[in-house]
Design a protein around this ligand. Structure first.
Ligand SMILES: Cc1ncc(COP(=O)(O)O)c(C=O)c1O
Length: 400
């Protein structure tokens, strides 16, 4: 599929220049249609009834789990459905039953969703060490090597920073965690769907992903990927219907993994949409998505970096999908508002739920940055339009 074919499936893209993929992506028609098909033709609960429609809906969700597992080179039972990435990370933070004296190592480029759940464990006496990245927001593996020790139960890192797009050396970090005997969680919220991701190849114990960003799936979907052996050791966060095999007045017996982590009625239509989204991304091809993403990211970086009075964060050689910038002296929210009002350009502004990262990049005090985040549907023309508009605003701002 070409970029134009994908654009034809997303009517929203005729109305605006959408550059906020790092928040969520617009949903292509085949994904919406799969959800409508559920609502029109088999809108019943899963994992419960024995009637034909209930069996069909249950089988459909199993098919989605199989598709997601195949997409990331994981096994069926390694996929736990969640409502988003945040829930997936909290499942791990809660589930590992960490105690006083245990240590977590993370980077200063984490999204709050991969930081706050760990910081919260400090209340229990768990130590959290935050390793600083370089001036481009990239980790030096030797700094991680120094930080991990005998108490380090888990190393966690975002694959791609959601605030500036810097890419971390996740394979190398996985080896460090393995050598140290620590678990390893990679938050792939900004890379999933944009490039080939291989759960087994990454050497990670956990990957946490949204369905609603790079995968072009609906909001309210995400997943945690981890081995059944680890799941057996974890405590589920959300107990109730669907998580048990036997219940008495005094006790209960958990059901098999991964179902014991999926309490209550699932986001069935959303997950059906997620399955269709995986098919859709596969039809485009992750190689093609990544190639296009690399090209337009670099193009946008250069367009803005070449202008007088602008600052772009991160290194053009080591960012993907996200270009984070400021016009000197201008509030990022004002700039984002002007882009929207004048050219219908949708970009995010602010601290991007990554305050420590913004502090590290020296942009916290000015209100953060403007962040343009891209996907396969974005064109060179759109990148050019954003560049030209920034040039006009910047020169007006300087002359005022
Ligand atoms: C790197 C990263 N991790 C976690 C999250 C949280 O994702 P979700 O909104 O799916 O919970 C985001 C969202 O932007 C993100 O970019």
């Amino acid at each position: 599929m070409k970029t134009a074919d994908v654009r034809a499936d997303i009517p929203l893209l005729d109305e605006v220049i959408y550059m906020d993929a790092a928040s969520t992506t617009p949903t292509p028609k085949p994904v919406v249609e799969a959800m409508c098909d559920y609502y029109y033709h088999y809108n019943v609960n899963t994992g419960r009834g024995a009637y034909k429609l209930a069996v069909k809906a249950t089988q459909k969700l199993d098919e989605v789990r199989k598709k997601v597992a195949g997409f990331v080179n994981a096994d069926f039972s390694e996929i736990i459905f969640t409502k988003n990435t945040t829930e997936a990370i909290n499942m791990v933070a809660h589930g590992l039953k960490l105690k006083k004296g245990d240590k977590i190592v993370a980077s200063n480029m984490e999204h709050h969703s991969n930081l706050v759940p760990w910081l919260n464990l400090k209340k229990r006496g768990v130590e959290v060490e935050i390793v600083k990245t370089d001036s481009n927001g990239v980790l030096d593996p030797s700094d991680i090597e120094k930080a991990v020790d005998g108490n380090t139960k888990l190393l966690t890192v975002t694959h791609i920073s959601n605030s500036i797009g810097s890419v971390q050396p996740v394979e190398e970090l996985g080896k460090i965690a393995e050598d140290n005997g620590s678990l390893y969680l990679v938050d792939v919220a900004q890379s999933m769907g944009h490039m080939k991701l291989d759960f087994k190849g990454l050497n990670a114990d956990f990957i946490t992903s949204p369905g609603h960003k790079g995968l072009l799936g609906p909001v309210g979907t995400g997943f945690l990927c981890c081995t059944p052996e680890l799941q057996e050791q974890m405590e589920p966060i959300n107990l109730g219907g669907g998580t048990v095999d036997e219940v008495g007045e005094d006790d209960f017996k958990l059901t098999e993994v991964p179902y014991r982590f999926e309490g209550g009625t699932q986001n069935i239509s959303g997950l059906i949409g997620l399955g269709a989204a995986v098919d859709y991304v596969k039809r485009i091809g992750t190689k093609k998505i990544e190639k296009h993403g690399r090209k337009i990211t670099k193009m946008l970086y250069n367009e803005i970096n070449d202008l007088e009075g602008t600052e772009v964060y991160g290194s053009p050689e080591n960012i993907y999908g996200i270009v984070s910038f400021n016009i000197d002296g201008m509030n990022p929210h004002d700039l984002a508002k002007i882009l929207d009002e004048t050219r219908n350009i949708c970009v995010r502004s602010g601290h991007h739920c990554a305050m420590p990262a913004m502090k590290h990049m020296g942009t916290y005090e000015v209100g953060g940055t403007v962040r343009a985040s891209l996907h396969y549907y974005n064109t060179k023309d759109e990148v050019g339009t954003l560049g030209e508009t920034i040039e006009k605003i910047s020169s007006f701002w300087r002359d005022k």
